[in-house]
Design a protein around this ligand. Structure first.
Ligand code: TRP
Length: 329
């Protein structure tokens, strides 16, 4: 079976956009690959963060993923900094990666503009660390959001360079992009995101979600309930397509076009569909939050097993790059 790797930044709580856009696909991929899902704390320190909060974020991140259905029997769930080979391999890749390749990465330019007072080396080097993450396990499949594709492309270039300079060792990784595309927030405009205040968190209750949903933007041309609307321009309908059964989808789309149901009813039905999918995740999440030892043991065990694979790869890398000093013990 091919190995799959993906990284998750521990930035606190997950929202519906993360779930629909990424995690839900990962759950299904677990059967077709040997997956490693890594909580990438070395990546998260490239932007300003609070060291006191980091442990809690890492823990909650693990709880969220387990609650959503990552199965520790099928997947290794790891913490990046527990496996120092990630940074060791990064240094080696740094020495074959031209600075100009890193400078042209779109996410670097965006981040550098956003945090102009903190354009640190780590920010520039972020894609080299990401390459190391993937190839340390010789992973071939990398499920990511579309915004990450330039990083995967760069990883492929770095792999070609390494194999060309030192000898064939690493397979070229491929990105796996979900079919869902970009999940818009409740404002119907921007991508759903924590910082934009337009998201539904996975831990929220049905009532809390209703407070948000009831204010969510629908087809802007539909002002009165008696106006027929266009479901294809309505973000609530876009969410129905991801969460409701086909019968409900048909009923709300038809009801909207003929003005026989209003936006409030349409939203109520979405809230029902949403609740049946995420209520079990919420319950599991709340339960896991109280099981520090259990969650910790999954992360320790996952990291330990991954470290064995990483150590094997690093032995091969050190041999290839000339770090094989037989005169040392
Ligand atoms: N950069 C990714 C993101 O922001 C996270 C990440 C780090 C990653 N290392 C990775 C994703 C390796 C895939 C593979 O989402």
């Amino acid at each position: 079976m091919k190995r799959l790797f993906s990284g998750v930044k521990p930035t606190g709580d997950l929202h519906l956009g993360n779930y629909l856009g990424a995690i839900r696909q990962w759950i299904n991929l677990q059967d077709d690959y040997e997956p490693i899902f890594c909580i990438v704390d070395y990546h998260s320190i490239t932007s300003q963060y609070n060291p006191k909060k980091l442990p809690d974020f890492v823990f909650k991140c693990a709880c969220n993923y387990l609650a959503a259905g990552l199965d520790p029997e099928k997947s290794l769930i790891t913490v990046q900094s527990k496996i120092p080979e990630h940074t060791e391999l990064t240094w080696i890749l740094n020495c074959i990666t031209p600075v100009s390749w890193l400078e042209r990465v779109p996410t670097f330019k965006e981040k550098a503009a956003k945090q102009s007072g903190n354009v640190n080396m780590g920010l520039l080097d972020y894609p080299a660390l990401m390459t190391a993450d993937i190839i340390l396990y010789k992973a071939e499949a990398v499920p990511v959001g579309e915004d990450q594709l330039p990083h995967i492309e760069l990883a492929r270039e770095i792999v070609r360079k390494f194999n060309g300079v030192f000898g064939q060792l690493f397979p070229e990784p491929k990105g796996i992009i979900g079919k869902v595309g970009r999940i818009k927030g409740l404002d119907g405009a921007d991508k759903m995101g924590k910082s934009l205040n337009n998201c539904i968190f996975l831990y929220e209750t049905k009532d809390q979600i209703w407070t948000k949903l009831s204010k969510a933007v629908t087809d802007p041309a539909r002002i009165r309930k008696s106006d027929p609307g266009d479901p294809e321009v309505c973000n609530i309908y876009a969410l129905h397509k991801l969460l409701s059964d086909t019968e409900t989808q048909y009923e709300v789309a038809n009801g909207c076009r003929t003005a026989s149901i209003g936006c409030v009813d349409c939203k109520r039905r979405l809230n029902d569909s949403l609740d049946s999918e995420i209520a079990p995740i919420r319950e599991k999440y709340l339960e896991l939050l109280t099981k520090k030892e259990y969650v910790g043991s999954i992360l320790s065990e996952g990291s330990r097993k991954a470290a064995e694979i990483a150590a094997g790869t690093m032995d091969q890398v050190r041999d290839l790059i000339g770090f094989s000093y037989e005169f040392l013990e």
